[in-house]
Design a protein around this ligand. Structure first.
Ligand SMILES: [Zn+2]
Length: 269
């Protein structure tokens, strides 16, 4: 796959990119049919999670957080009503999904891979780019934020392959990536193509005593899932780009959850 990836990366400059063309060739997303059971699926073949906490602790913390979104203190009642029908489950699996399993992901699946840039099991930049291709992630997707009384989120572009190329190996301080589907563009055929990647070991655990690690991994998962739910960065919130800052927040804001409801409704309808 290495040579294929290199030829793909070499062709990123043009528009549409190879990745965008691949996504088109490989078929559109199926409709959600109104199913509001959202499945977060953590794939951790090398069990890096044990550096942080037990799998059961992380699954429990994250699932409790997600199922409590509609009872977030201070939430506007219409947003709470919009979130109430959603049911979240978090699965932890010590496998790397096969091509066939990846192909069977549906709109309600939120796959998150635990990988590393250090040690015996390190993933190269090329292999992470391959993972994006396997999951049919387009080069261009969007994050959004609520602005004033506008009926739709204001969008910002996310250049997925470019970010991985720049940040996977060369920015140790970046601990995760949350790539949303193209939710807010009408009739997008890549709305189901979301992906999370967490950079385990290295900076994740450096100088951090074990008792503080459970909170850190759960916080990072909340942040990256925020992006996978369509949220952009926003200073002094859970979506602050700086982990030292976002780690001090334990809930999304009212306006962020307004965006999340829209993203989930567009995804699952
Ligand atoms: Zn972020």
């Amino acid at each position: 796959m290495g040579s294929i990836t290199r030829s793909i990366t070499a062709l990123f400059q043009g528009a549409p990119s190879i990745a965008e063309r691949l996504a088109r060739i490989q078929g559109p997303c199926r409709g959600g049919g109104g199913n509001r059971n959202i499945k977060v699926r953590i794939f951790d073949q090398h069990q890096f999670i044990n550096d942080m906490a037990t799998p059961a602790e992380v699954v429990n913390d994250l699932q409790t957080f997600l199922n409590g979104l509609d009872t977030t203190p201070g939430l506007d009642p219409p947003i709470a009503t919009g979130l109430a029908p959603y049911n979240f489950t978090v699965n932890y699996e010590t496998i790397t999904p096969s091509r066939a399993q990846i192909d069977s992901f549906d709109v309600n699946d939120f796959p998150i891979y635990f990988l590393t840039t250090t040690g015996l099991f390190k993933s190269s930049t090329d292999s992470v780019l391959d993972l994006l291709v396997a999951n049919r992630i387009p080069e261009l997707t969007f994050v959004g934020r609520r602005q004033d009384a506008l009926a739709q989120p204001v969008l910002g572009p996310v250049r997925t392959y470019t970010i991985i190329k720049d940040d996977w190996e060369d920015k140790p301080s970046v601990l995760g990536f949350g790539i949303p589907g193209v939710y807010f563009v009408p009739n997008s055929q890549t709305r189901c193509r979301k992906l999370g990647i967490i950079k385990m070991q290295g900076s994740m655990i450096e100088n951090l005593p074990f008792p503080k690690r459970r909170a850190k991994i759960v916080s990072i998962l909340r942040h990256e899932l925020g992006h996978m739910f369509g949220l952009t960065h926003e200073n002094n919130t859970l979506m602050d780009p700086n982990y030292d800052v976002n780690g001090t927040f334990t809930q999304y804001t009212n306006d962020q959850l307004w965006v999340v409801v829209r993203a989930l409704d567009l995804l699952t309808s």
